[in-house]
Write a protein that binds this ligand. Structure first.
Ligand code: ZN
Ligand code: ZN
Length: 248
């Protein structure tokens, strides 16, 4: 990483929900305006995939990627993406591969109310590793997070993600209450990402425009572990190009 391309200001937030997700509160326009006012250069719109009961339908994503006006906004590069759902033990996602390939960024994870009913660590791990094998995925969201009933074998999943160059996020929404079990979980994630030599990505997982670009608790976790937040992907144009835009 060249230090010249590392900024002291957060450059990007790549996990954000709009009102289209059904349980979030801000429009696309409000999210983008918030990103612009915070000086973010990159903002990803990653609404929940269609398997969630309250999520948008496939046509939302098909149409969103055709909105060329999003490519021409001053100061900010809008990435059109999805937070896809892993929907079965074989690792299928709730979006056809053609559409996944046409989006700017694909996040994937387990969520409630999607029809997925994994009931053991072994089954969830098989599903997540299978998802990595079968699908175009750029980021795994809230991996094994204790807030969700889908524990996984963290090391097996992070090793599989690292082998594919797939990022594993640190999730602000999981950390903002600073619950000891959540903090301990993400400390383990951090240690495994270091073991497998993976760069760090912080996500707001914002569900309202006011928290776009807020990764303060992710930064606190890093600082507690002696890691400089400025070394994360979010502060580095070079790392964003390499791991998110895949253009380096
Ligand atoms: Zn999620
Ligand atoms: Zn999310």
């Amino acid at each position: 990483m060249s230090t010249a391309a590392t900024n002291s200001r957060l450059l990007g937030d790549f996990h954000i929900h709009t009102i289209a997700s059904g349980h979030a509160f801000s429009t696309l326009q409000e999210v983008i305006a918030s990103a612009q006012s915070r000086g973010l250069r990159y903002v990803a719109i990653t609404d929940h995939g269609p398997a969630r009961q309250d999520g948008p339908k496939l046509d939302y994503f098909k149409n969103l990627r055709r909105q060329d006006s999003l490519r021409e906004l001053p100061g900010v590069h809008v990435l059109v993406g999805v937070e896809a759902n892993i929907i079965n033990s074989w690792g299928d996602l709730d979006m056809p591969s053609k559409l996944l390939s046409e989006l700017d960024i694909v996040l994937a994870g387990f969520h409630n109310a999607t029809g997925y009913g994994g009931s053991s660590v072994a089954e969830n791990t098989r599903a997540l590793v299978g998802a990595l094998e079968k699908n175009r995925i750029d980021v795994i969201t809230h991996i094994g997070d204790p807030r969700f009933p889908y524990p996984v074998d963290l090391e097996e999943c992070i090793a599989a993600a690292a082998a594919k160059g797939v990022l594993v996020e640190l999730n602000q929404s999981a950390l903002h209450t600073w619950k000891p079990e959540n903090v301990a979980h993400y400390e383990r994630v951090l240690a495994l990402l270091a073991k497998y030599n993976m760069p760090l990505l912080m996500s707001s997982d914002a569900h309202i425009s006011y928290t776009v670009g807020n990764v303060s608790e992710c930064e606190r976790l890093l600082a507690n572990s002696g890691i400089d937040p400025l070394a994360t992907i979010n502060y580095s144009e070079d790392l964003i190009r390499k791991y998110i835009l895949k253009s380096a």
